[in-house]
Design a protein. Structure first.
Length: 561
């Protein structure tokens, strides 16, 4: 009886939250709420979570939070505090003068002005609601200081940026989002790019023709959502934001989320056990000072997933990359791309991948992905063939191992064979702005990834990460000319009649890398976050001898008001 009452209350809360006002716009992938939802999914507090396609509308996040509220008695004290914080952030019913403030006068129930600038309230520049329409404005800023510890203690860098974002929903169905940031970087460029990897895909930073290295990022989209029948979620999104696609505890084999944000048209359907998504996106090739040589490339993907509650999710997907200009065939969300590519004379870079994620054990999740690049049927059993362009991932997520509250342990192994992500046409390589859009270790490599995360409180989170990466690089001479192609460079495809048909895993110049990262995230006041990091990298060249070790520390301060 109590269970029925709780589910009835959940239904009422969902209905009321929709009547207050919808929140169709997505929460950015950098939000810590995704970590919290993932832990609650593994703990089996919530029943479903699409972390293979994780961009969620704010109302979808609120659904999950309401579901967690029902099982609040199963949470630790820290989890309860985190839940309370996220409810204030995502639930319109929690907006009041005790929890929320706006710098400029708002017509909503919140305090106004500078008086709560350093308070522990959720902060906005401006918030407005009228009927089914609303708008929220927030200011953003980041400040980095990076210092090398070894080998050069004097090397350092500074990064800084400011920006703002506007988000909201109109007519109860159309969400909108816009953000822009502009920043600069001074000091050691290697340290700059290590602390802020996306900066390598900022045109102004790479072009580097102004008196100070600067960069900019912009995102914006419209997202239409409807529920044509009970239990069905249907949405269409047009614009630009960071995307992640496919499973992966370290990074996904498909879209890692660490690459330039794409412009895309995206379709999503969730109904019962079925989740289906389709993406048609565009990005760019490698930077070139000769702008006539710069080009646009296109990424399309379809994915179908079946979810069996408390058992497992199983998915199958495909993607295509091409650089021939707009191709109407790849805009079709209900067709098999690989056969379409054949009908278009086999000029493009196609992949197929399948994955599975288990849910039958409380607090313990297993997942795996098999990734197949180009060749569908032949040579799959011969792991010495250059045409066997396959990769796979296997890993687990263990939450609260052996009863240790608020602790998570992740382990994952990734193996990517030679020539995966490459293509005979370099413009069709699996990359954007010269950076691989799949797993960052690239082809002819493997990785052991482990991570420990611990919530000391709702204000402090510790992360300890270790990676062991082995890679076989192409052999080049002193002038950088290719001597032997072993399939270790994403921009260098197989050359028929030149390269050997045999491609042994980890052949070529063998580099082993040990990577350690310790991270503390501290939020002393709501919307003011300190992120402290220590990183150690050791690269060993097993082919030619020698090693390089690099250690550095950096602090990042973020403000979101």
């Amino acid at each position: 009886m109590k269970t029925k009452i709780l589910f009835f209350l959940l239904f009422v809360m969902l209905v009321l939250s929709n009547n207050i006002f919808a929140q169709i716009e997505n929460e950015p992938l950098a939000s810590t709420v995704y970590d919290f939802l993932k832990e609650m999914r593994v703990k089996r507090i919530i029943r479903t979570l699409n972390d293979d396609d994780p961009n969620l509308s704010r109302f979808q996040i609120l659904r999950h939070l309401n579901e967690i509220q029902i099982k609040r008695n199963e949470l630790s004290n820290t989890e309860k505090k985190l839940l309370k914080n996220y409810m204030i952030e995502f639930d319109p019913r929690e907006v009041n003068k005790k929890t929320t403030t706006s710098l400029f006068k708002s017509n909503m129930s919140m305090t106004n002005g500078f008086s709560d600038f350093f308070s522990d309230k959720e902060k906005y520049l401006f918030a407005y609601q009228k009927g089914d329409n609303n708008v929220f404005m927030e200011g953003t800023g980041h400040l980095y200081y990076i210092n090398e510890l070894k080998p050069n203690k004097k090397a350092n860098a500074k990064i800084f940026d400011v920006g703002f974002r506007i988000r909201g929903t109109v007519f109860n169905h159309l969400g909108y989002y816009f953000d822009v940031s502009k920043g600069g970087a001074v000091g050691d460029s290697v340290l700059t790019e290590l602390a802020l990897p996306p900066i390598k895909t900022s045109f102004k930073y790479v072009e580097n023709i102004e008196n100070i290295k600067n960069y900019d990022f912009a995102n914006g989209y419209l997202k239409y959502y409807t529920s044509p029948t009970e239990g069905m979620d249907l949405s269409v999104q047009l614009g630009r934001e960071k995307l992640k696609y496919g499973l992966g505890y370290s990074k996904s084999l498909t879209l890692s989320g660490e690459t330039p944000n794409m412009d895309f048209l995206k379709f999503n359907l969730n109904y019962g056990i079925i989740s289906y998504s389709s993406i048609f996106g565009s990005t760019v090739g490698e930077f070139n000072n000769d702008r006539s040589k710069n080009f646009t490339k296109y990424f399309s993907a379809n994915r179908l997933k079946l979810s069996f509650e408390n058992l497992f999710d199983v998915g199958i997907a495909e993607s295509i990359i091409h650089s021939r200009g707009f191709e109407l065939a790849y805009l079709n969300p209900v067709i098999f791309y690989k056969f379409v590519e054949h009908s278009l004379q086999d000029r493009d870079n196609g992949t197929i991948f399948a994955d599975i994620q288990t849910h039958f054990l409380k607090d313990f999740e297993l997942q795996g992905t098999f990734f197949l690049d180009e060749n569908i049927l032949s040579n799959l059993s011969d792991f010495t063939k250059a045409s066997n362009k396959t990769a796979y991932q296997l890993g687990f997520f263990w939450y609260e191992p052996v009863g240790l509250k608020n602790l998570s342990l992740i382990f994952e192994y990734t193996k990517i064979r030679p020539f995966v992500y490459t293509h005979f046409n370099p413009k069709n390589a699996y990359s954007a702005f010269g950076v691989g859009i799949g797993h960052p270790i690239g082809p002819n490599a493997d990785q052991v990834f482990t991570k420990l995360s611990y919530n000391l409180s709702d204000r402090v989170r510790f992360n300890l990460e270790f990676q062991k990466i082995r890679k076989g690089e192409n052999i080049v001479d002193a002038n950088g000319e290719l001597v032997r192609n072993v399939g270790g460079d994403i921009s260098q495809g197989f050359r028929g009649g030149i390269d050997s048909d045999t491609a042994l895993f980890l052949d070529g110049v063998r580099i082993n890398t040990d990577h350690v990262r310790f991270n503390v995230v501290f939020e002393p006041i709501k919307n003011y976050v300190f992120d402290l990091n220590y990183v150690y990298n050791l690269n060993k060249n097993l082919s030619h001898g020698g090693k390089e070790d690099l250690s550095y520390a950096y602090a990042r301060f973020s403000i979101n008001y």
